[in-house]
Design a protein. Structure first.
Lengths: 312, 318
């Protein structure tokens, strides 16, 4: 639009302004039509993406009979509001094990995610800023590993862990979650661009050791990438299903994903006392809130960051 | 994608030409470079323990066969011969191949269209839409599948009401004939927003002056989108495609969770990963399950490399 701003020294020729105005109006009319079309399309997309969550929020306020035959239908509230009694039910059912699962999920996601991020930051820095023997070979291997489907590792990891007696312990979930080749790749790419060698050399000339250079000079510059890798690995561990499903059998150690899946399988199998549909729905609703809130409140950190690898 | 940057990285980091003479500073420098190993070592340990070791061990296990009569014996590649002539495994591979052909384009089209539309707008509604389209990424896959299981179910879901409005009977989303489409829908819902954000960020990275130039050359909005914007973000598109290809071939969570509500429609061996899981944990056939896992890994690895090779022009891979 800057182009259309008349220069102060432009001649005030009405013949020159006239056509411009007409052209602009015609343009804005066409643009207006397209803008309406775009907004309608966006609304359709938003409805598609948000309806399941709306259903979940509404369903969490119903008791089991309301879920089956609520007065407002599946997409509207029932005449009874049972959210709090459902939450109370989560505290009662099987001794409140749901909250333990939720706690486990947090614990695994934080330890696994933070651990994976620390390893990725260190390794990314090492790959980007040092030319040690074997570096290129190792990095090529790592790039190949990005293509290895992580689920193909689950069964062999299970067998390995059971050989050393770690199956059915928290370590069986946390230790494999520390592996994040993609995180290392992202950190290397980012470190290379964000930290000039001259800066590190300057720190060294000033007498800083290698560790001090890393912690005090490099680390603060890496913050956007660290937040991104942390977010990706926390979400990855929080989402993980196949690994805990395979390596954990103690109900007290399960993350909320596996636990709710077990409740659902039992409820479908149909034994009367095991049918806890309202608790499954409310449990699912409560468990998605923390991550949704985190994503909405941390917008400015992840919006650019998620595309780090692609922008190259 | 990955390899592009690796190539650039190599170029950028190849040691500068040095004087052939070894000086004291040079020796000190080489000593310093060893710090690199210390930084990489912690990750290296995890890499060896939880990637290289399981892979090597799976390969070793897959070369053996365990029977009640003879115990564990070394049988070479027999398990692989068995796997690649096992109709269940091949059927599962074929199925995830079909999923890849339908699901990846579905996700890409939704993500690309949403990103292109959002790139043209800067209204409050567009900002809100961007967030809402992305939100399913924050939902764990298990919860997403559970939720859609309820929505599909004739007992809980709104389908009966919605189709009733237009006087139709709701289709049975969990029947054998429709479960494929139902799964495609779940995955598209879950991931399209994440891919949209990646594509959107790439679009934002384009210099708008290019659009002005195209407009002066007489290009209209659609031409700019398809002929200017899409080619300029092709490396991001390749990255998104490779993510979704790797994800689709190891399809597990959604069908595994939906199995409980659609037992007739999803057999235990629906995908290769589900097959390996049931072999290992229902039948204790760990050797054969390892061979299946390893074979799947090889197929995914070769598939992704072939894909990167085919798209090397778009991704900039030389």
């Amino acid at each position: 639009m800057a182009i259309l701003t008349p220069r102060p020294d432009a001649p005030s020729d009405p013949a020159g302004i006239g056509p411009t105005v007409i052209v602009r109006r015609r343009n804005s009319g066409r643009d207006g039509g397209r803008r309406i079309g775009s907004h309608v399309l966006l609304l359709v997309l938003v409805i598609y993406f948000i309806t399941p969550l709306w259903w979940l929020a509404v369903a969490a306020t119903k008791d089991t009979s309301g879920l089956f035959s609520g007065t407002g239908g599946p997409l509207w509230f029932d005449k009874d509001f049972n959210l709090f009694s459902n939450i109370a039910g989560l505290f009662e059912h099987q001794g409140g094990i749901y909250w333990r699962w939720l706690g486990n999920s947090f614990f695994y996601a934080i330890t696994g995610g933070v651990g994976a991020t620390i390893l990725a930051v260190l390794a990314g820095y090492g790959f980007a800023k040092y030319r040690f023997r074997g570096r290129n070979a190792f990095f090529s291997l790592l790039l190949g590993a990005v293509m290895v489907p992580m689920t193909a590792l689950v069964i062999p990891t299970f067998v390995l862990l059971s050989n050393i007696g770690l199956v059915n312990t928290i370590w069986a979930v946390i230790l494999p979650s520390l592996l994040s080749p993609f995180g290392v790749y992202l950190m290397r790419v980012y470190t290379q661009d964000a930290i000039p060698d001259e800066l590190l050399d300057a720190a060294r000339v000033d007498g800083a050791g290698e560790l001090r250079t890393f912690f005090q000079v490099a680390l603060p510059l890496l913050r956007p990438a660290i937040v991104t890798v942390l977010l990706l690995s926390v979400v990855g561990t929080w989402n993980n299903f196949f690994l805990p499903l395979a390596v954990l059998s103690d109900p007290n150690l399960l993350p909320v994903t596996v636990g709710l899946n077990n409740w659902q399988a039992l409820s479908n199998a149909g034994a009367g006392g095991e049918q806890v549909w309202n608790l499954i729905v409310t449990g699912a609703f409560v468990s998605v809130l923390p991550l949704i809130i985190a994503f909405l409140s941390l917008q400015k950190y992840w919006q650019g960051g998620l595309s780090l690898g692609a922008l190259k | 994608m990955a390899l592009t940057t690796a190539a650039n990285a190599k170029k950028a980091l190849s040691p500068p030409r040095r004087a052939p003479r070894r000086t004291g500073i040079d020796r000190m420098d080489r000593k310093r470079q060893r710090w690199g190993w210390l930084f990489v070592a912690p990750f290296g340990v995890v890499f060896l323990t939880f990637l290289v070791a399981p892979l090597a061990y799976a390969f070793w296990m897959s070369l053996q066969t365990n029977t009640l009569a003879t115990g564990t014996t070394f049988t070479g590649l027999a398990n692989y011969v068995k796997a690649f002539s096992d109709p269940i495994f091949l059927g599962g591979l074929g199925r995830v191949g079909q999923f890849a052909l339908i699901m990846i384009p579905a996700q890409m089209i939704v993500a690309l269209v949403a990103a292109l539309v959002l790139d043209n707008l800067s209204t409050a509604l567009s900002k809100f839409s961007r967030l809402m389209i992305f939100v399913p990424y924050a939902i764990p896959v298990v919860i997403g599948a559970l939720m859609w299981g309820f929505l599909y179910s004739p007992r809980f879901g709104p389908a009966t009401d919605i189709f009733g409005l237009i006087g139709l009977a709701a289709p049975d989303f969990l029947a054998k004939g429709s479960i494929f489409a139902s799964l495609v829908n779940i995955v598209t819902w879950q991931w399209a927003g994440y891919y949209m954000i990646i594509i959107y960020a790439a679009l934002r990275g384009i210099d708008p002056a290019i659009y002005e130039a195209a407009r002066l050359d007489g290009a209209n909005g659609r031409q700019i989108a398809l002929r200017v914007k899409v080619p300029m973000i092709s490396s991001s598109m390749v990255m998104v495609l490779i993510f979704s290809l790797i994800g689709t071939l190891q399809f597990f969570t959604e069908p595994q969770v939906l199995r409980a509500v659609a037992q007739g429609a999803i057999p235990v061996s629906y995908t290769p990963n589900m097959y390996a899981y049931s072999l290992a944990f229902s039948y204790s056939q760990f050797n054969y399950a390892s061979a299946i896992s390893f074979s799947l890994g090889i197929v995914v690895f070769i598939g992704s490399y072939l894909f990167l090779f085919v798209t090397r022009k778009q991704s900039g891979l030389k």
